[in-house]
Design a protein. Structure first.
Length: 240
């Protein structure tokens, strides 16, 4: 996973699987619609396998290593941006790969202007996702971990899938105490089935693209139960 060639392959897989690509289109639309207005650049972390820049004009794409989709190579724990210069930091399936989320948040607070936001789509912990991530997912899943960090084995191979939930839900009071500048504006769990059915970037699709609307309709019907069923969540955090 830590080979840049693997990231390029994942990019090709997403583009070549219509069911999966429709999910990414939805994710990027959510992020684009949540961007704060006004001055400041928007930067995306972990851009390598994606195409969010098609949805957000002028987006500064980045990754931890050189790849075709990244304008900048950077470490999210040492952001190369001046104080108060950013209006948004966006990411898709990235935060749970950060070895030390606290260091990223310190940098985000420094770089974001007042009213700027951290916007992300990340795996989420619910009763249903606990079953899926423990049995059907290859990345480490440790919802009981005490720390907001883990021993990094590589830029992508290291992970704790439960980390976004730990920081922004389970340890919300701790977050507010350590980072009073940050306000968790929204957490919206969603997508209990479609990503599974799509096969993700590792498996074959289990349903044709033509059934995407049917699956999306089922998930809309189950919207009141997403706190128990969602596998992912949209998280919006604003800097005071």
């Amino acid at each position: 996973m830590d080979d840049p060639a693997t990231t390029e392959l994942r990019k090709q897989i997403i583009a070549g699987k219509p069911f999966l690509k429709a999910i990414y289109d939805e994710w990027y639309t959510i992020l684009a619609n949540a961007l704060p207005a006004g001055k400041g650049e928007a930067v995306e972390l972990g851009s390598g396998a994606g195409y969010c820049a098609r949805f957000i004009p002028g987006l500064i794409t980045s990754d931890v290593f050189l790849c075709s989709s990244a304008r900048v190579v950077l470490d999210a724990q040492r952001l190369p941006f001046s104080t108060g210069s950013l209006r948004a930091v966006t990411m898709t399936n990235v935060l749970h790969h950060m070895p030390d989320v606290r260091r990223f948040l310190i940098e985000a607070v420094r770089c974001l202007r007042s009213g700027g936001k951290i916007l992300m789509i990340e795996p989420w912990v619910t009763p249903w996702s606990r079953f899926v991530y423990r049995r059907l997912h290859g990345e480490p899943f440790a919802p009981d971990a005490e720390a907001w960090s883990f021993a990094g084995s590589g830029p992508l191979s290291g992970a704790n899938v439960a980390l976004p939930w730990i920081v922004f839900a389970r340890d919300r009071q701790k977050l507010q105490k350590e980072f009073p500048e940050l306000i968790v504006e929204q957490i919206r769990p969603f997508l209990p089935f479609r990503y599974l059915v799509s096969g993700g970037v590792s498996l074959r699709s289990l349903a044709p693209r033509s059934t995407q609307g049917l699956w999306a309709g089922l998930e809309r019907m189950l919207e009141p139960s997403m706190a128990r069923l969602g596998m992912f969540a949209f998280v919006s955090v604003r800097r005071r």
